[in-house]
Design a protein around this ligand. Structure first.
Ligand code: VG1
Ligand code: CO
Length: 543
């Protein structure tokens, strides 16, 4: 039986870089999740009788929202639901399931790398039929709908047993609880040379994978230990926990510090260290004695992708988000393929991938992926690295230093100022914007500004335009500083400052990163008065 429930709009349901993210207590307000889900359905057309995929990263409140979404999907006329067992689907696996079963779309419940638990973060995101995050046209429509919504539709039915694989019917709609890992693992076997990687482990290659008590655990355990034969214990923290064991499931040098320290322990260190985030779309890659920045990783994966069976015909093009370093650009240039610079957020890669213009995409925020799905994919990046290591038979350190010797090195760092006052952060960016026209030609220390703008993107496929995507200050010699505000935070504002310097000279490729960037870090401070405006002496996180 379908009920139409009266509701009132919430003013704050504007999706950010990747869906709507709020603290759990916000989502627990009566009708809050329902309003947003109904706003999604109200923004879509012609889905009667079609399939919707639902899954999440297993964080606190995941199961409750899944039950609501199933009952609302039934009331709104979907014909079939595919939901991961236990309510689990990593973001890339959800993208694959949407594509494989030709679903109309999917609802992914995640706040990614943000902490989970009763007072921490939750999120809801809608993905379209290509498996990728809804483009801005749809997220804008969802937000507009959420501001005027007056009712939502839900069926009065018992909860679905999410822990038993099988099919049930909810008020005329079929619900299939599926194995969350099987389809994804099969896809990875198609793309990579599992035999070669198995041999590598057979030769005594040692790896550590930290699943950070998040969604990738079951996937990594099955693939790395199960199918690739890595020794038991290679995959750590593999049971997804609703609160991620109280940690930030964020695979960076701050939150995966134990792994980093282990990888830096000299000769005793394992050969390869990796980690992924809350929802499984980010990756961290560390070799024995060397951390690989995500921007370098993108460039190296693109340059070597042809060594894996799934990419042995070469790649069509590369796309990176604007703040990501230009290391990949040099690879595209050498390969004679297209290079695309997009705003931050995976939703901007979808059109390029669908049009066949690019095969590999990446973001500086530890995201890399390819045309196999329409999300970034943490485990995919790790497996491509393993495939490359198995074929080349060299260490991560050797591969990275050779890459720099060939292409030059892009020193790169991101400084985050988290939970700063929103007005202060907006003021900082507004002041910078107002000065942009006057900056070219000016000198800051020894640096000369060549260009300054607020990045705007014209999508070459659908001609849509996205403005105000980040303030860029470019200097002579190819260095730059970028300022933008995060669109994924849930309290206050987060200012991100991205700093990059290109060094062609191989004799200067072993500098310490912050030192190599010191003059640009000073320039960022003097351009934006970060300390005075945010009241912070130093960034909260440096990656
Ligand atoms: C951040 C990253 C961005 C990424 C987004 C979603 O966004 O910078 O590159 O696409 O998170 O990733 P923002 O707006 O906070 O800078 V995830 O793994 O949180 O879904
Ligand atoms: Co994520």
């Amino acid at each position: 039986m379908i009920s139409t429930v009266a509701t009132k709009p919430f003013a704050d349901q504007k999706p950010g870089t990747s869906g709507l993210r709020k603290k759990v207590p916000v989502f627990q307000q009566p009708n809050y999740a329902e309003n947003f889900i109904q706003s999604i359905f109200d923004s879509l057309e012609d889905f009667a009788g079609k399939t919707l995929v639902i899954g999440g990263d297993g964080r606190f409140y995941n199961r409750e929202v899944i039950q609501k979404a199933i009952k609302m999907a039934a009331a709104n006329g979907f014909g079939r639901i595919l939901v991961g067992k236990g309510g689990i689907l990593s973001t890339p696996a959800a993208s694959h399931v949407i594509r494989k079963y030709k679903a109309f779309g999917g609802i992914i419940l995640s706040a990614s790398h943000n902490p989970g638990g009763p007072t921490e973060d939750f999120g809801i995101k809608y993905n379209i039929g290509n498996g990728g995050p809804a483009p801005e046209r749809i997220t804008d429509a969802i937000f507009q709908r959420s501001r005027v919504i007056e009712s939502y539709r839900i069926v009065d039915a018992a909860d679905v047993d999410l822990d038993a694989i099988g099919t049930t019917v909810v008020d005329g709609m079929t619900v299939e609880v599926i194995d969350p890992v099987a389809d994804y693992a099969a896809l990875m076997e198609e793309l990579f040379d599992f035999g070669a990687i198995r041999n590598l482990f057979g030769l005594g290659f040692r790896m550590v994978f930290d699943a950070m008590s998040a969604v990738t655990g079951p996937y990594a355990k099955e693939i790395i230990e199960g199918r690739l034969g890595a020794p038991a214990g290679t995959v750590r923290n593999f049971i997804p926990l609703p609160d991620f064991g109280g940690h930030h499931p964020d695979p960076n040098l701050v939150h995966a510090k134990e792994l980093y320290d282990e990888m830096m322990a000299g000769d005793a260190a394992p050969d390869f260290g990796a980690a992924s985030d809350g929802d499984g779309d980010r990756n961290l890659v560390i070799g024995k004695g060397i951390f690989v920045t995500p921007s370098d990783s993108l460039a190296i994966l693109a340059a070597n992708a042809h060594l894996a069976p799934g990419y042995n015909k070469g790649i069509a093009g590369i796309a990176r988000s604007m703040p990501t370093s230009a290391a990949a650009d040099r690879v595209a240039e050498r390969l004679g393929i297209g290079m695309y610079e997009t705003p931050t957020g995976w939703k901007f890669f979808g059109n390029l991938l669908d049009a066949g213009k690019v095969t590999i995409c990446g973001e500086e925020s530890a995201g890399t992926g390819s045309s196999h799905v329409r999300e970034k994919d943490g485990l995919w990046a790790v497996l491509l690295w393993l495939n490359i290591l198995a074929v080349r038979g060299e260490s991560v350190m050797d591969i990275v230093t050779q890459h720099w010797a060939t292409y030059g090195r892009n020193y790169y760092s991101r400084h985050d100022y988290e939970e700063v006052d929103s007005d202060a952060a907006n003021g900082l960016v507004a002041t910078l914007r107002a000065r942009l026209a006057t900056l070219p030609g000016t000198k800051i220390g020894d640096l000369v500004v060549t260009e300054a703008d607020d990045f705007s993107y014209l999508d070459p496929v659908d001609q849509s335009v996205s403005n105000n995507q980040g303030v860029r200050i470019l200097f002579e010699g190819g260095s730059r500083v970028v300022f933008r505000l995060s669109g994924t935070g849930t309290s206050g504002a987060t200012l991100r400052v991205y700093i990059e310097r290109y060094e062609p000279d191989a004799s200067r490729h072993d500098l310490e990163t912050q030192g190599a960037l010191a003059d640009l870090i000073d320039a960022a401070e003097s351009l934006a008065d970060i300390r005075t405006r945010t009241g912070r002496d130093a960034p909260s996180v440096i990656t």
